[in-house]
Design a protein around this ligand. Structure first.
Ligand SMILES: C[S@@+](CC[C@H](N)C(=O)[O-])C[C@H]1O[C@@H](n2cnc3c(N)ncnc32)[C@H](O)[C@@H]1O
Length: 385
């Protein structure tokens, strides 16, 4: 399915999308004609060689579909490094980045930790996409060749990890379930074949966790929303892995009261294709990013249940300012090209109208006793969770 108002994909990209649709159709057949939305999203994003993150789509930056904070400015990574340095002073150990994208954040963190004389022995990366692992390797070799040897790619979470685990815009890229209220019952949204297309088909909910979650949602006919069971399970897995240290997660989203507000009746599921918002999740599978906002209350409860302590929850603007972004910016020569570029980036990262308020930072810890880390000493919003 293409749209004449949007950039046309190349023949090669279109062929890859068609191959992915065939793969998804085979999975639907094999499952008796219906798969859950989370299974569809997992295949659309992570099927080896064909999924959005695992295939050849450009994804990040001007030529891609969206832009993330580390792609906007290295100032972002210097702030994250500031938090990391403080925590490593107390717990020692290493850094583990989840979902490292192009590798920009890894390069920024390593460079800043080197400047602060706080380099860990290893900078681990857990990345689902083979294509992105390769990009990360190249980015590090190009931007920080003398530090590239620090990076080690993992296939799974370490059994016992000490240090700091960091992830920017990872939770929103995890497959979510979709549910809908039909006026009488909550239904689970799934995916079926419809002629040559894919389409939604709703079924009675059989998963108890989904059923329980729906009890708290507004009972408004046609209200549709997402439940991020995979992201919640991932937090529990991080908690099991972390023995001593901190988990720092940055993403767009809200606490439950705002996420499941009666007026947000169509949920937050969205696609990104060449910097256009796409509202049909079946649009060019494999070439379109699919994402949903993060319910930070659910993440907090999952972490709490798994034995993690909440270190802080705040907006990205408050986090970056407390972590020293303005001090770093002030070191630049006023009027230089670099200064102008930095001012634009600062505005994007911290303005409430851009990423400053929509993006949140949540941090959890295990066994940490020390002072609040840079970034988490600003306006605390934990009461909203
Ligand atoms: C939206 S991108 C963000 C990339 C990067 N952190 C940035 O800020 O530019 C999401 C990233 O998370 C990765 N990812 C998603 N789920 C993952 C998981 N369960 N384990 C490891 N990586 C994951 C994707 O492959 C991708 O690299």
């Amino acid at each position: 399915m293409t749209n004449p108002q949007l950039p046309t994909p190349s023949d090669e990209a279109l062929q890859a999308s068609l191959a992915l649709i065939l793969h998804i159709r085979q999975a639907i057949h094999a499952s008796g004609g219906w798969i859950s939305f989370a299974d569809y999203m997992r295949m659309a994003l992570y099927t080896p060689g064909l999924g959005y993150y695992s295939g050849g789509a450009a994804k990040f930056g001007g030529a891609g579909d969206f832009i993330t904070a580390p792609e906007i400015s290295p100032l972002f990574g210097t702030c994250v490094a500031n938090t990391i340095q403080h925590v490593l002073q107390e717990c020692g150990g290493d850094v583990l980045e989840i979902g490292a994208g192009t590798g920009q954040l890894a390069a920024q963190i390593l460079l800043e930790l080197e400047r602060l004389d706080a380099l860990p022995s290893e900078y681990f990366i857990l990345e689902l996409s083979g294509e992105l692992r390769e990009r990360q390797r190249k980015t590090l070799q190009t931007l920080v060749p003398h530090l590239a040897h620090k990076a080690k790619w993992l296939d799974e979470l370490p059994k016992q990890f000490v240090g700091v685990i960091v992830g920017n815009e990872v939770l929103d890229a995890m497959p979510c379930e979709l549910v809908r209220f039909d006026g009488y019952n909550w239904l689970q949204c799934g995916v079926v074949e419809n002629g040559s297309d894919l389409a939604f088909e709703h079924r009675a909910i059989e998963n108890l966790k989904l059923e329980v979650a729906c009890e708290g949602f507004p009972h408004i006919p046609q209200y549709t929303t997402e439940i991020q069971l995979e992201a919640q399970g991932f937090i529990a897995a991080l908690a099991a892995s972390l023995q001593f240290g901190m988990i720092l997660l940055i993403d767009y989203g809200f606490p439950a009261a705002e996420f499941y507000h009666p007026e947000r009746s169509m949920g937050t599921l969205m696609g990104h294709y060449r910097h256009h918002s796409i509202h049909n999740p079946f649009f060019l599978p494999g070439l379109t990013d699919i994402t949903c906002h993060v319910d930070f209350s659910a993440i907090y409860h999952a972490a709490n249940q798994a034995g993690l302590s909440l270190e802080g929850y705040t907006s990205q603007a408050s986090y970056l300012i407390d972590a020293g972004i303005l001090d770093r910016a002030a070191q630049m020569e006023i009027g230089s090209v670099e200064y102008l570029r930095m001012s634009t980036a600062l505005q994007k990262l911290t303005s409430n109208a851009e990423m400053g308020e929509l993006f949140k930072v949540i941090a959890f810890s295990k066994e940490l006793q020390g002072k609040t880390a840079p970034g988490l000493g600003g306006r605390d919003r934990s009461g909203e969770l």
